[in-house]
Ligand binder design. Structure first.
Ligand code: SAH
Length: 293
């Protein structure tokens, strides 16, 4: 079974500094890697409001963290609705908020949603299919070329975006591209052979771009930030772990322009080589933290 290793745990704990009886919000609880550590430090009465958009993640957390009892409140919702979720649970005062953006290793390897280019699955990529009608399959087969090219370039930071978009249009005219491995084949046909031998799989960037677009990850981040600052008690901390330069830029700009917070990380904190060695997901992780005045 796949296990998700939480990133930058030491640094997150150092900055959030959870102590006895304090309350925290984990906007992306995932498998609870960070939340468990926080709950250990906030004994005996501190609570965590744990949010995740993926119903599968919340179901797993219900039994894997049952020992924490009512100190852990789980919400299957989008962090974009943070204010509403806090009001519904009458949660506070909030000493810290954590966002660990993107997907977890469990979703990558264990879900059947087509996040991975290693396994044959339908191209879905939605964290939650109840409210979201946009799938990766839809983007690939129905969006105009320019828009496909744009997301692959911007969200994927893929230099062969135009070639890939061209090939997608060509291949889809012969029949819908329905699965992950079909898409991988299209990408391989689009890019030069030499570029297929790199350390990073040649489909990585396109898959990342589709996932970000399907779930409007950048839009959701922009929506949550002001709500998070509003929710914090004075002295409360907001910690954001991002994996993509566009996300990091959103966090950086928001921190710079918001007058209610002070930045604690002049430069983003990144993982050391030993953490990266043990957990490849840490490779591109950047942590930024601010404190509410
Ligand atoms: N920190 C977690 C891992 C988080 S992985 C741990 O240590 O276990 C990121 C999680 O964010 C995933 O579970 C994903 O489903 C969730 N997610 C992505 N977009 C979301 C959104 N808009 N609202 C809430 N959760 C979201």
């Amino acid at each position: 079974m796949t296990i998700h290793t939480p990133v930058l745990t030491k640094e997150v704990l150092q900055y959030l500094n959870p102590t006895e009886n304090e309350n925290f919000i984990d906007c992306t609880i995932g498998e609870g890697g960070h939340t468990k550590l926080i709950l250990e430090k906030t004994k005996p009465l501190g609570r965590v409001l744990g949010i995740d958009l993926d119903p599968g993640q919340i179901e797993t957390d219900k039994w894997s963290m049952a020992d924490f009892g009512d100190r852990l409140i789980l919400e299957n919702n989008s962090y974009a609705n943070l204010k509403e979720i806090i009001e519904k649970n009458n949660f506070g005062p909030v000493a810290g908020i954590l966002l660990d953006i993107g997907m977890s290793s469990v979703q990558l390897e264990g879900s059947k949603k087509g996040f991975s280019f290693q396994a044959e699955q339908v191209l879905d990529m939605r964290y939650d299919d109840r409210f979201n009608n946009l799938t990766a399959e839809k983007i690939v087969n129905e969006w105009p070329k320019q828009e496909i090219e744009k997301i692959i370039k911007e969200y994927g930071e893929e230099k062969f975006s135009l070639k890939i978009a061209d090939k997608i249009i060509e291949e889809r005219s012969k029949g819908r591209i329905r699965t992950t491995l079909q898409l991988v084949e299209v990408i391989k046909k689009a890019i030069p052979a030499a570029a297929q031998r790199g350390k990073i799989h040649c489909a990585t960037r396109t898959f990342q771009a589709l996932r970000i677009a399907v779930n409007d990850e950048l839009g959701n981040l922009q929506r949550v930030l002001p709500q998070a600052v509003e929710a914090l008690a004075p002295g409360g901390r907001l910690a954001i772990i991002s994996f993509h330069s566009l996300e990091d830029r959103i966090a950086k700009e928001f921190f710079k322009n918001n007058k209610e917070i002070k930045i604690l990380t002049k430069k983003p904190t990144t993982a050391g080589s030993s953490e990266i060695g043990e957990n490849p997901r840490a490779r591109s992780a950047k942590l930024r933290v601010a404190v509410k005045l």
